[in-house]
Design a protein around this ligand. Structure first.
Ligand code: SAM
Ligand code: SF4
Length: 327
């Protein structure tokens, strides 16, 4: 019987997110500043061997069942498919979140390396708006990347849309049609206070109830079971396909959170919004034995709080942005 990564509220942690780089080829307004972002120097990033060791420990000792690679933009890390090959041997559900721009070139390689699932972030279907939101004129590549991901065999391909009031909330129904027409699962994400420019306000969040009301005005939806997924899910009554909503702000799902994180520079985080990190890289580079590292994981998870408290006076914004933590 394996040990469990269990916190003081009884939540068992089985889902690991690993950021492989804080670099990115985009500069999304809600995630990174246009200029002046300093990347972590290469020697401070965890090596693939270090990532593999930590992931193996977490899987073999604590029964971690799923690993998602993220960033920054994970596909800008050289030889990503080599890491995927190593992690695929752990027999967990292995997935990737990407902005999709490099997929026309590497989707096949990632699939062949053993990646199980892929989520592609896309917030608008309009070229000008895409350029303004991401500060890059790459909509065509991303759409092509989505098609390529499907054609090499990824199924389902999920699309993540961050919905922001006054920015792209007029495209929610367009995304539903785009998903239905192309066999994609669209997941609407509430805008979170992790933007590097710190312009987040609650008034910019389109809450789950409004997203749902809007979609229900055009489509009949039936709720699906959620399990430990951060997304609440609904299927279309009139045909195949589903949508999801990740309501981190309006309907926090902290009670059911089973997620832990490793940042690109080797810090362990027990929550996306954590204000404390635990330095695993230091242990690795001091040649610590497995027991010491296991101790750090157990201790850090026991310190996990009940929830993030966004919108309440006690909420403390993490000093890092989404791209630095690993979204
Ligand atoms: N570069 C990859 C991408 O864009 O998919 C992976 C990293 S990105 C930080 C991961 C996810 O976080 C993306 O779906 C992105 O849209 C989302 N994200 C970034 N900043 C956000 C924010 N302030 N609120 C909500 N979601 C955000
Ligand atoms: Fe890069 Fe993803 Fe952040 Fe956009 S959301 S800047 S693609 S890390």
């Amino acid at each position: 019987m394996k040990d469990q990564l269990i916190d003081t509220y009884g939540r068992v942690h089985r889902d690991l997110r690993i950021s492989v780089t804080d670099r990115c080829n985009f500069r999304c307004q809600y995630c990174m500043p246009e200029e002046g972002m300093e990347w972590t120097p290469r020697e401070e990033l965890l090596t693939f061997e270090e990532i593999e060791r930590l992931a193996s420990l977490l899987v073999n000792k604590f029964g971690i069942e799923s690993i998602r690679l993220t960033g920054g933009e994970p596909t800008v890390r050289a030889n990503l498919s080599k890491l995927i090959e190593k992690l695929a041997k752990l027999n967990v559900d292995l997935s990737l979140t990407t902005n999709g721009a490099t997929l026309p070139l590497i989707a096949g390689e990632l699939y062949d390396a053993g990646l199980d699932r892929i989520n592609i972030s896309l917030d608008t279907l309009d070229r000008k708006r895409f350029e303004s939101l991401t500060r890059r004129d790459n909509l065509k590549q991303v759409l092509h990347g989505i098609e390529t991901a499907k054609s090499v065999g990824f199924d389902p391909v999920k699309i993540n849309m961050v919905v922001m009031k006054g920015v792209n909330d007029d495209e929610v129904l367009d995304f539903v049609s785009y998903g239905r027409e192309n066999g994609l699962v669209v997941r609407f994400i509430e805008f979170m206070p992790l933007d590097a420019d710190e312009t987040w306000t609650e008034s910019k969040v389109m809450p789950q109830n409004e997203i749902l009301e809007l979609i229900s005005s055009k489509y009949d939806l039936e709720p699906l079971s959620r399990g430990s997924s951060p997304a609440a899910r609904w299927k279309f009554v009139d045909g195949p396909g589903e949508i999801g909503i990740i309501a981190t702000v309006s309907e926090a799902f902290c009670d059911a959170c089973d997620r832990i994180r490793l940042t690109a520079d080797g810090k362990f985080r027990n929550c996306l919004f954590a204000i404390q990190e635990y330095d695993v890289r230091k242990l690795l580079r001091e040649n610590a034995g497995d027991e010491k590292i296991i101790e750090l994981f157990s201790h850090a998870v026991k310190q996990k709080w009940a929830g993030h408290q966004i919108g309440k006076s006690v909420f403390i914004r993490p000093s890092k942005s989404m791209s630095q933590i690993g979204g």
